[in-house]
Design a protein around this ligand. Structure first.
Ligand code: ATP
Length: 371
């Protein structure tokens, strides 16, 4: 399988501008063979631009892309050997499933015998052998998306590029397809770059997340790392740190590793050495109810949202500040509670620091290989 044909793909200081809009700025990332990389960020942050630059659908304004030692950004899309799967499937409506999957192979003048063999293999892989003679409109959305995936992987691409491939599916199907994508990635030793604005999807699928904002990389790292240690307040917000407070950080007498935070009418002690104006971020599931002796804040439950397995509640701690907690006890609006904020769960970021200048946004693998 050609997936083994390269060791790494490198985006080196790639930029792309559109008449005054910087869609992607100085973007450097090294993707290893076999990796599943998710590009994550809000609408307009440059995810699709990155993918289109990789695919060859958009020329770069600056920088270069290398597949091992070969420069590929000047090659036309068809000579890069990458497969693409789009959000809208982009299947040919007048062709059967089989013909859709066979199309790229026919363009490459692969022998008829070989095409039959490969299409059979791809249909089996996506569990649609029974549906090969149907037209796309006779299939469900999830089945159509699987055909689109089969059409890409039947070409045995070096790299599979996926642009929000599951966003047109309902929640249950999206979840099923996530499992399916992960299985295909593993079974076929694919290298995948996957664009999404859904952090849960990115966390569950990827070996590595790359978070973008305004065309700039904010953080690249393992899902667990990005989730537990967001590089800045923007990434924290995107990772579900719903509690974001503007506070002032000062020293804790006798312990230089700690920070005393005050603001919004509350006081907290956290780890870290940030001093001065700060943004404090805490995930709702980092908070618990009940007194522990440190960082206990009394308040009144204002709203309770049932989330299936637990509850997300809003606790008003004073006239200006509310905290959101995710808990599994049943509480009722109006209950007096004490919310505890464990020190380890408090992220403190110096306010005013330019997140785009943050060292941690650099891709560590790329840095290592290029110095
Ligand atoms: P979404 O999740 O909404 O698809 P995205 O993260 O994929 O967003 P891009 O489509 O890469 O974002 O767009 C990045 C920026 O570049 C945006 O500000 C967008 O308006 C701009 N942009 C993208 N394509 C063009 C174009 N052809 N002409 C002008 N500006 C563009």
């Amino acid at each position: 399988m050609s997936a083994l044909a390269f060791t790494k793909l490198e985006l080196a200081a790639v930029s792309r501008q559109f008449k005054g809009v910087t869609a992607l700025a100085d973007f450097s990332l090294t993707i290893r063979n076999g990796e599943f990389v998710a590009l994550l960020g809000p609408s307009g942050c440059g995810k699709s631009t990155t993918l289109n630059c990789l695919a060859g659908l958009l020329p770069l304004t600056a920088g270069a892309i290398y597949l091992d030692d070969e420069r590929v950004d000047l090659l036309p899309p068809e000579r890069r050997g990458f497969g693409m799967v789009f959000q809208n499937y982009a299947l040919f409506p007048h062709m059967s499933v089989r013909k859709n999957i066979a199309f790229g192979l026919q363009m490459q003048r692969v022998s008829r015998h070989e095409i039959v063999r490969k299409v059979d293999w791809a249909l089996d892989l996506i569990h649609l052998t029974e549906h090969g003679d149907k037209r796309p409109n006779q299939l469900s959305g999830g089945q159509q998306q699987r055909v689109a995936i089969a059409r890409a992987i039947v070409m045995e691409p070096k790299l599979v590029l996926m642009d929000e491939p599951l966003s047109n599916l309902d929640a249950k199907l999206r979840h099923e397809m996530r499992t399916e994508l992960r299985r295909l990635h593993r079974e076929l030793n694919l290298t995948t770059v996957y664009v999404t604005h859904d952090q849960e999807e990115a966390l569950s699928l990827a070996d590595r997340l790359v978070v973008l904002r305004n065309g700039r990389m904010q953080q690249a790292g393992a899902p667990e790392e990005v989730y537990a240690r967001p590089a800045n307040a923007f990434v924290a917000d995107f990772m579900g740190y719903r509690n974001q407070l503007s506070m002032v950080a000062g020293p804790v007498e006798g312990d230089p590793t700690l920070t005393r935070l005050s603001g919004g009418g509350i006081e907290l002690v956290a780890n870290g050495t940030v001093r001065g104006q700060a943004t404090v971020a805490i995930r709702p599931d980092g908070l618990t109810l009940g007194r522990t002796g440190v960082n206990d804040i009394p308040g009144v439950v204002r709203t309770v949202e049932y989330q299936g397995r637990d509850y997300e509640i809003e606790i008003e701690v004073n006239e200006t500040t509310s905290l959101f907690a995710r808990i599994n006890q049943r509480v009722t609006a109006g209950d007096q509670v004490v919310v505890n904020v464990p020190r380890d769960h408090v992220m403190v970021y110096a306010a005013g620091a330019d997140p785009e200048a943050d060292e941690s946004r650099r891709d560590p693998i790329h840095e290592r290989e290029t110095v």
